[in-house]
Design a binder for this molecule. Structure first.
Ligand code: NAP
Length: 309
């Protein structure tokens, strides 16, 4: 029986990848800092992440699947319940993970990146992801790099962006695009993504880079329109300057005790970094998913920060 170690095994995509691995007969080891904080319904063996321990946590591992990353950089105010986190720290931690994989003789790495990583970007998300892709390539370890744009999941509130757009449609008299809203997004269902990750875990190729994008492409404006149509709600969709839109999400986020979107995320969206030309790999369609989940979507706000508390 082959062994896969998965970072973020109790998180979003990591949970689905672990389930796909178990279905295929793999032994799953979870590398996580969330043991005891998050449920482990799969009953996976859990080990700490290599940057939190001196143990050889990758001993006996055939394939490492890395989902670890942080959505944005965050410095909590005094007395806040959360630890600080940042893209720069996530890059350093991931470099230590790759070094641990080399030391332990892991046979293959499946690393999750982002569409259009970019060493020259002013956005630390896309720059950090580019740095990590290059670092993984330079290890010489056989690897696959998967570049998703945005994931949607089995339950609405797993899909933070789409759920919170639905929540905004339910609670606000009008919604907005940052600028004209003509930039693209290519969401992939997390089950399609998990199967792809395990196909790559089982691949024999030396190195591959795959744009892990779904069957449908939307502009941001079209996503609002399709979501509102699925939910049978009518709301004006107003183009506003990106900074004004950001300030609105900042107020809403503060009211919900969260960070709804960051300036960098809005810039990444507006630069059309979440869409790519070429082949798509996901088959499940967001349009059908939005119809199936229309009743439940946006009933509750999906809070990023509370997932880390
Ligand atoms: N979700 C999307 O729509 C999307 C879109 C494009 C690309 N991606 C990429 O896909 C990968 C997986 O995404 P995901 O949504 O499945 O990730 P996730 O579950 O939110 O995070 C994966 C793991 O990273 C660790 N982590 C996340 N935020 C953290 C924080 N603030 N501080 C410390 N550790 C943190 C957690 O590990 P522990 O549980 O061990 O603490 C978590 O389980 C990432 O590389 C992401 O960049 C995701």
């Amino acid at each position: 029986m082959k062994t896969v170690a998965i970072t973020g095994v109790l998180g979003y995509s990591g949970r689905y990848i672990a389930a796909a691995a178990a279905r295929r007969g793999w032994r799953v080891i979870g590398l996580t800092n969330s043991g005891g904080r998050l449920p482990n319904p799969g009953g996976y063996e859990l080990r700490p992440l290599p940057w939190s321990t001196g143990q050889d946590v990758l001993a006996g591992v055939d394939v490492l699947v890395n989902t670890y990353w942080v959505r944005f950089s965050y410095t909590p105010g005094k007395g806040a319940a959360h630890e600080p986190f940042s893209h720069a720290q996530a890059v350093q931690n991931t470099l230590r993970l790759f070094a641990a994989a080399q030391r332990s003789g892991v046979g293959r790495v499946v690393h999750i990146s982002i569409t259009q990583p970019d060493a020259a970007s002013e956005l630390s998300y896309f720059r950090g992801k580019s740095e990590l892709e290059a670092a993984l390539q330079s290890t010489g370890l056989p690897h696959s790099i998967l570049r998703p744009a945005i994931l949607f999941g089995d339950t609405p509130d797993e899909s933070i962006l789409i759920n919170n757009m639905a929540w905004s449609l339910r609670h606000l008299p009008a919604v907005a695009t940052f600028g004209r809203g003509n930039y693209g997004l290519q969401p992939i269902h997390v089950q399609d993504f998990a199967e792809l990750a395990m196909d790559e875990a089982e691949s024999q190729s030396a190195h591959r880079i795959i744009n892990a994008v779904g069957a449908e492409t939307y502009t941001f404006r079209e996503l609002w329109q399709q979501l509102a149509r699925s939910m049978r709600l009518w709301r004006p969709i107003v183009p506003v300057p990106a900074e004004l839109g950001y300030q609105a999400t900042r107020v809403l986020g503060a009211l919900m005790g969260d960070i709804m979107l960051t300036r960098q995320e809005i810039a990444g969206l507006s630069q059309s970094r979440l869409a790519v030309a070429g082949t798509t790999v996901g088959t499940r369609r967001l349009s059908q998913w939005m119809q199936q989940h229309a009743e439940a979507l946006g009933r509750r706000y999906a809070n990023e920060l509370s997932r880390r508390a």
